[in-house]
Design a protein around this ligand. Structure first.
Ligand code: 6GU
Length: 242
């Protein structure tokens, strides 16, 4: 899968995505990440990419033309989805990460200042996405968050041991707690059930811990989770004892 990022700070993207699992996937040619500087497409002799907003107000707005020229240069297929990172978009989630991971190529457009001239957004953008209810200084960190989440859903990026099927948000539940050696640390013991190697009991305990955690931290998710009758009973009992 090819990720192409249109940005004023290409080094930020490249530096941020070349370690750990994503860096390895790049080295193994499973994915590629290209960052293109919008400033290189300014036709202005001073390489300006922004201007004053019509109607007045604080700050500057990124001009349509350099963004459009950049897009025309890097776009090899007009069916490629173009994601604009903006707090005014739909909120990104794991389900969207899995959907985007099916594409062969994705283009990300990162804005700065007070935003980008709406006309170029209308012309080239297919998806407007926010990564949560807070404001960032620019779209770069948001695009990096999306690329990380999408790339790990691309087949071959995670190994079998790292598989994405027992993680948080699978079936709308948060992941259960994990423990490693030593068995006792600062007087705190690893839960007994994990020491015995009884796989059915371990699975049952993990599922129940997932349900408890989701109830405590994300009750909104729990409403969408598919639970068995036994798990529903467990949840009701847990709620009473809260
Ligand atoms: Cl995608 N961009 C910016 N600038 N701020 C954000 C965001 C995106 N998502 C949440 N806050």
């Amino acid at each position: 899968m090819k990720f192409k990022v249109m940005t004023l700070f290409p080094e930020m993207i490249l530096n941020g995505l070349h370690t750990s699992i994503i860096g390895k996937a790049v080295d193994n040619n499973i994915i590629s990440i290209e960052a293109v500087n919008i400033r290189d497409y300014s036709s202005d002799k001073h390489k300006h990419v922004d201007d004053y907003p019509y109607g007045g107000g604080a700050g500057m707005v990124m001009s349509a033309e350099p963004v459009y020229n950049c897009y025309m240069d890097i776009c090899s297929n007009e069916n490629t989805r173009v994601v604009y990172l903006t707090p005014t978009g739909h909120t990104f989630n794991q389900e969207m990460a899995k959907e985007f991971a099916k594409e062969d190529e994705l283009i990300f457009l990162c804005g700065h200042y007070e935003g980008i001239d709406e006309r170029v957004i209308e012309k080239i953008v297919t998806d407007k996405i926010s990564i949560g209810d807070y404001v960032l200084s620019g779209g770069e960190l948001a695009s990096m968050v999306m690329i990380d989440a999408i790339a790990r859903m691309v087949p071959g990026v995670l190994t079998n041991d790292e598989s994405g099927c027992e993680e948080s948000f699978e079936n709308n539940l948060l992941e259960y707690p994990q423990y490693t050696r030593p068995r006792v640390w600062q007087g705190m013991e690893v839960p007994e059930v994990l020491l015995g190697g009884h796989h059915a009991n371990i699975s049952k305990w993990r599922k129940e811990e997932s349900i408890k955690r989701t109830m405590k931290y994300r009750p909104d998710l729990l409403e969408k989770a598919q639970l068995s009758d036994r798990e529903k009973q467990f949840l009701e009992k847990y709620k009473i004892n809260l």
